[in-house]
Ligand binder design. Structure first.
Ligand code: ADP
Ligand code: MG
Length: 273
């Protein structure tokens, strides 16, 4: 059965790094993977594509309208056969960033390209409006994974996304639930405990702790995922474990987001003074 998952989190927190390595790991298990970058930054699949910037769906639509676009124009095969798509974004200063995502889904539906064993949506969660909510709102992503570090701003973003999931889960079309929280470490004191406790408080759980590892940058400089560049490394093993955990995950939940003051007082408990 096809599984559709989405990684949501604050900009720069490590969603694309995690998503690309996850896809690479799952492809290594022989699974057919489709990764869709839903961030105007459009670098989600770049390491899977060995540093190439593939054309974005929004750029293609802008250049020639969507009527003549074929699957081969938008879907590119990367490492391990992972099929890569980038939604793209508007030109800076004009247009709504979420529009690219909406257009991408409409196009991929028309091309009947939304298939595979696992679809990984890599979504910017700084604003959970319009297009950015689409993967969860329209019944595409069934399981949401929140990517956060122990930094308050990224926990705050994760909590906002949890609010969106809780609200959207009441809608008929939406099938989205929270699959778990992934701690992508920034090496802050007490970080793991903080993120784990946050996960519990929002009625979820920490499903993976991804260490901060220099190997990520080294692989990046070689334009590859860690899973491809250093398959024997501990970090690659972490991503393969994450893949297995997500594939086997049967316990998803409807989150209970925290109020702002709750979130702040909770974070204070973990600050070393
Ligand atoms: P996002 O997609 O959330 O905007 P990225 O995946 O692009 O974030 O990550 C931003 C930067 O952080 C990347 O360039 C990468 O080098 C670095 N990074 C992400 N995760 C890790 C990690 N676990 N260890 C070391 N560096 C990381
Ligand atoms: Mg990204």
């Amino acid at each position: 059965m096809m599984k559709q998952i989405a990684l949501y989190g604050k900009g720069g927190i490590g969603k694309s790094t995690t998503a690309a390595n996850l896809s690479a790991a799952l492809a290594g298990e022989g699974l057919d993977i489709l990764q869709i970058g839903c961030d105007p930054k459009h670098d989600s699949t770049r390491m899977l594509m060995h540093g190439t910037w593939i054309p974005t769906v929004l750029d293609l639509i802008r250049e020639r309208g969507d009527a003549t676009i074929t699957v081969d124009d938008v879907v590119y095969r990367g490492f391990g056969g992972v099929r890569c798509v980038e939604a793209g974004g508007p030109e800076p200063g004009i247009g709504c960033a979420g529009r690219g995502i909406i257009a991408t889904f409409q196009l991929l539906e028309r091309l009947d390209a939304l298939k595979g064993d696992v679809i990984v949506y890599d979504v910017l969660g700084d604003v959970v409006c319009g297009g950015f909510a689409m993967p969860m709102r329209e019944g595409y992503a069934q399981e949401i994974y929140l990517v956060t570090s122990g930094e308050l701003m990224s926990v705050y973003a994760a909590n906002n996304i949890a609010k969106a999931i809780a609200r959207l889960s009441r809608r008929v079309r939406s099938k989205c639930t929270l699959g778990g929280v992934i701690c992508n470490a920034k090496n802050i004191d007490g970080e793991r405990d903080l993120v784990e406790e946050f996960a519990h408080r929002i009625n979820s759980r920490l499903i993976a702790y991804v260490p901060r590892d220099r190997g990520v940058q080294v692989a990046e400089l070689n334009r590859q995922t860690v899973v491809e560049y250093a398959p024997e490394s501990n970090q690659a093993a972490v991503y393969r474990d994450l893949g297995r955990t997500i594939c086997e995950n049967r316990t998803t939940s409807i989150p209970t987001p925290l109020e702002m003051d709750e979130l702040e007082s909770f974070a204070l408990e973990f600050v070393q003074v």
